[in-house]
Design a protein around this ligand. Structure first.
Ligand code: FAD
Length: 603
C-alpha cells in the first residue's frame, strides 16, 4: 500500500496559481493572466515565449508580451516539477515548474508573493522531435550484426572532415574556438546541426596558453564547467591557464567537433535574398569560401584589445605591449616596469613582475573595486557554486537557473548585502589599501563585482594576493592620467615622471561588435550596436535600461548574426538557448522574435 503525504500550503498555493495561469492562457486572456502578477512583477523569458532573451517588467509589459505570443506558443501542462517541493520563506513561495509549448518543453522558476507572481522565469530547454540523444536515447555506438561495407566511427569522422566545408556547407559557422565557441558547437553537434568552428590560433586552448604565465582562473571550479563534460572531482578549485587550455583542447575531440585550427575569418557578407553568408577564410595559408546560413561570433569579449594612443609611444625605447600580449615576467627581473591600469590583468601582471624581482609601479587612472577571492567564494558564491552547494543538492544546472531567475533590474538589491558583509569581513585590508592611496569603490550603488561585470565587464580585481603588494607599497602606486611617453618612461598629467624599461597597457578590451566591424563591415557593426551591458546608466553602461545583456546569445538587428562570449558560466548556460534558436531555424520552425532589442549605442 502506498501512502501519499498531503501537499504543503506552499505547494497548494503554487498549484492554485498555476491552474489560474493555465486557465487564463488557455482562454488567450492576456489581461487576466497579467492580473495574476504583482504590480512590480518580472517575467524573464529565455526563448520559450519570445524566441528572444528578454525580461518584461510590470503587468502591462507582461500582458503585451502574452497578447503577441500566446496564439503561437499555446503553453499547456503547467505543473510543479516532480520531486521539487515548493518552499516558503521570507514572505515568498518559491517553486520549480514545468510546462509545454507548441514546439517544446519548458522549465521555469516562480516566486509568489501574497498569492501573485513576483518573478517568473520561463526557459525552453528542448524542442519536441529534436531531442538530444542522451540517457536512454544515447547512440549505440557499435553496429551489431554483419553487413558488407560497414564503416567505423573513425571512418565516419574522417568522411565528415573531408566533406563539411568542401562538398557540403555547414549550417552554422562559429568564428572563434575558445570556450564559448566550442561549448556552443558541442550543443549544436548533439542537436544535429552541421557546424564548423574556426580559430586563427594553432591549437584549441591557445587563447588561454597565450596569456601571461601566472594566470589561473579567478572563478572556482563549480562555476566553470563546460556543457556536458564536468571537471573531475579532483580538479583544482582555480584552474591554471595551461590546464584549462588542455581541457578545452580535449573537449574539442571528445565532443567530436569540426574544429579548424589555424583558420582565420577574413571577411563576411550576408545575402538577404539567399539567406546565406559568404565567409572567406584562410586555412593554413589557403583561401577558402564557406557559405553558412548562420554566423556566430565567438571571438571573445576579452579578445579585441583596447590599446590607448598616448603621445610618445613611438619614441619610447623600452618594451611596450597590451596586457593580452604580455609574455610574463621572466625577462624583466631587475627591470623597471610601469603597468597602466588597476583592474584584474593589471594586478595579476604587477604581482607576477614583483615576484620575478622587477621594480613595479601601477598607474591607477580611475577607481577600482576589489573583492578578495576567499570572501567572494565564501559570501558571494558558496550558496550556489561550492562543494557544500553540490552536497545540498544544488547542482551546477540548478544553480545556473536560480541565478537566472533573479531579474537584472533588482539583482543589485541581492548583491549589496553580500558586499557589505565582505567589507566587514575584510575591513583591515580595505583600510590598508585606502591608506596606501588606492582609490577603491564598491560600484556606484554598492553592489560590487558581479554587477560591474554584468554592466561594463571591467572595473574590478578579484584579489588573489597582489592587492596586498599595493597596500604594503611593494608595488608602487601612481595616480592620474597618462600625458605622454618619453624615450625612457611615462609622464602623467600632473608632471610625475615614471622611468620604465617596460610599459604594460592593462587597458581592457573593446565591445564585441568591433569584431563585426572588422569582419563584416562598419555598417553592420553599427546596425547591431554595442554588445554587453544592461543599460544601467552607470559608468560605461549608458542607459536606457535594456534588461538583458545587449546582443548576447539572442537575435540581433542583423539577420543570422549572433554573438556569444563571457565567462565560463555564462558560455555554458546561454549556449543551450543559442543552440536551440539555431536548431529551430535549421528545422524550419516559425521563430518570430518578440521585442527584438533596439540599438542605442554604437560601441
Ligand atoms: C586575464 C583574464 C582572466 C580571466 N579569468 C577568467 C576566469 O577566471 N573565469 C572566467 O570564467 N573567465 C575569465 N576570463 C574571461 C573569459 O572567460 C575569457 O576571456 C575567455 O577566454 C573567453 O572565452 P571566449 O571563447 O568567449 O573567447 P576567447 O577565449 O577570447 O576566444 C576567442 C577566439 O576567437 C579567435 N578569433 C578572433 N578573431 C578571429 C578570426 N577572425 N578568425 C578566426 N578566429 C578568430 C581567437 O583566436 C580566440 O581564440 C578571463 C579573461 C582574461 C583576459
Amino acid at each position: 500500500m502506498t501512502t501519499t503525504t498531503p501537499p504543503t500550503e506552499a505547494t497548494t498555493a503554487v498549484q492554485t496559481w498555476l491552474a489560474q495561469l493555465d486557465q487564463a492562457l488557455s482562454a488567450s486572456d492576456a489581461a487576466a493572466a497579467a492580473d495574476l502578477f504583482t504590480e512590480d512583477c518580472f517575467w524573464r523569458d529565455l526563448i520559450a515565449f519570445t524566441w528572444n532573451i528578454a525580461t518584461f517588467e510590470g503587468r502591462a509589459e507582461v500582458a503585451a508580451m502574452l497578447a503577441d505570443t500566446l496564439d503561437r506558443v499555446r503553453p499547456t501542462g503547467w505543473r510543479v516539477t516532480d520531486g521539487e517541493e515548493p518552499a516558503a520563506a521570507d514572505g515568498l513561495i518559491e517553486a520549480w515548474i514545468d510546462f509545454e509549448t507548441s514546439v517544446g518543453r519548458g522549465h521555469g522558476h516562480l516566486r509568489l508573493r501574497d498569492g501573485k507572481a513576483w518573478t517568473l522565469l520561463t526557459t525552453l530547454y528542448e524542442l519536441t522531435g529534436y531531442e538530444e540523444p542522451h540517457g536512454a536515447q544515447r547512440p549505440k555506438g557499435a553496429k551489431h550484426g554483419a553487413s558488407r561495407g560497414r564503416t567505423s566511427w573513425q571512418e565516419d569522422r574522417d568522411r565528415e572532415a573531408t566533406e563539411l566545408g568542401f562538398t557540403e556547407q555547414p549550417y552554422a559557422l562559429i568564428v572563434g574556438g575558445g570556450q564559448a565557441g566550442i561549448g556552443l558547437a558541442a550543443r549544436l553537434r548533439q542537436l544535429n546541426v552541421p557546424t564548423i568552428v574556426i580559430d586563427k590560433r594553432g591549437r584549441p586552448g591557445d587563447q588561454w596558453r597565450s596569456r601571461y604565465k601566472s594566470l589561473s582562473l579567478h572563478d572556482p571550479v563549480w562555476y566553470d564547467h563546460m556543457p556536458y563534460l564536468k571537471f573531475p572531482d579532483n580538479w583544482p578549485v582555480f584552474s591554471p591557464k595551461d590546464k584549462i587550455a588542455d581541457w578545452l583542447e580535449s573537449y574539442t575531440r571528445v565532443m567530436e567537433l569540426n574544429y579548424w585550427p589555424s583558420t582565420e575569418a577574413k571577411s563576411a557578407s550576408y545575402n538577404d535574398q539567399t539567406g546565406e553568408w559568404t565567409v572567406t577564410v584562410e586555412r593554413e595559408g589557403q583561401s577558402l569560401v564557406l557559405r553558412p546560413k548562420q554566423l556566430i561570433l565567438a571571438t571573445g569579449m576579452s579578445g579585441q584589445p583596447n590599446v590607448p594612443r598616448f603621445a610618445g609611444m613611438d619614441v619610447f625605447r623600452g618594451d611596450q605591449h597590451h596586457s593580452s600580449a604580455h609574455p610574463g615576467p621572466d625577462a624583466y627581473k631587475g627591470r623597471t616596469c610601469v603597468v597602466i591600469g588597476s583592474n584584474n590583468s593589471a594586478f595579476d601582471i604587477c604581482g607576477a613582475l614583483w615576484e620575478a624581482g622587477a621594480d613595479v609601479t601601477m598607474v591607477q587612472r580611475s577607481s577600482t573595486h576589489i573583492a578578495r577571492s576567499d570572501a567572494l567564494m565564501e559570501i558571494g558564491l558558496a550558496a550556489l557554486y561550492s562543494e557544500e552547494a553540490v552536497a545540498s543538492g544544488v547542482s551546477t544546472e540548478k544553480a545556473d537557473l536560480i541565478f537566472a531567475s533573479i531579474p537584472y533590474r533588482i539583482m543589485h538589491v541581492f548583491q549589496i548585502p553580500l558586499y557589505e558583509a565582505m567589507a566587514e569581513r575584510d575591513r583591515d585590508f580595505y583600510e590598508r589599501l585606502e591608506k596606501a592611496g588606492f582609490d577603491h569603490d564598491w560600484g556606484e550603488d554598492g553592489s560590487g563585482l558581479f554587477m560591474k561585470y554584468l554592466r561594463r565587464g571591467s572595473g574590478y580585481y578579484i584579489d588573489v594576493g597582489a592587492a596586498d603588494l599595493v597596500a604594503n607599497g611593494e608595488v608602487k602606486l601612481a595616480k592620474g592620467q597618462v600625458d605622454h611617453l618619453t624615450e625612457h618612461g611615462v609622464v602623467l598629467e600632473d608632471g610625475t615622471e615614471l622611468p620604465a624599461d617596460l610599459v604594460v597597457y592593462a587597458t581592457g578590451y573593446t565591445s564585441m561588435n568591433g569584431w563585426a566591424a572588422d569582419l563584416i563591415s562598419p555598417e553592420v557593426a553599427a546596425k547591431v550596436g554595442k554588445c554587453w551591458g544592461l543599460g544601467s546608466d552607470t559608468a560605461k553602461d549608458p542607459g536606457p535600461w535594456e534588461g538583458e545583456e545587449r546582443n548576447m546569445w539572442k537575435p540581433t538587428q542583423q539577420d543570422a548574426l549572433w554573438f556569444t562570449g563571457g565567462n565560463l558560466a555564462q558560455s555554458r548556460f546561454y549556449s543551450l538557448f543559442l543552440a536551440l534558436q539555431l536548431k529551430a531555424r535549421q528545422a524550419g520552425l516559425d521563430t518570430p522574435v518578440y521585442a527584438l532589442q533596439e540599438v542605442h549605442h554604437l560601441r
